[in-house]
Design a protein around this ligand. Sequence first.
Ligand SMILES: [Zn+2]
Length: 99
Amino acid sequence: MAYLYQLYVVVDKPINDLQAEQMVDEMAEQAFSGNSFTEIVGAGISELDPAVCGKCCKCGAWTSDKDNPECVEGFSDGVFLDGKWWCDLCLPPEHPKRF
Ligand SMILES: [Zn+2]
């Protein structure tokens, strides 16, 4: 049996593609070198759209609205409410999406 693990990393500062690529290569080397059972088979970089994701205004966790087909995989579920992003753990208790 083999497994495909997906790892999501947010780089929360402006960097160019080359810097991002080098950062990912360094992280992968540190995390997966020294064994014969892991292999990196792909990687991708995409710019986060503030219209579909953001940091929770209360706890700072990255969140995206899972009801939106454009939502970001790997982020906690949340909503954009009153001009701010809220994760499902921090939403007001009366909100239907509150976890
Ligand atoms: Zn939160």
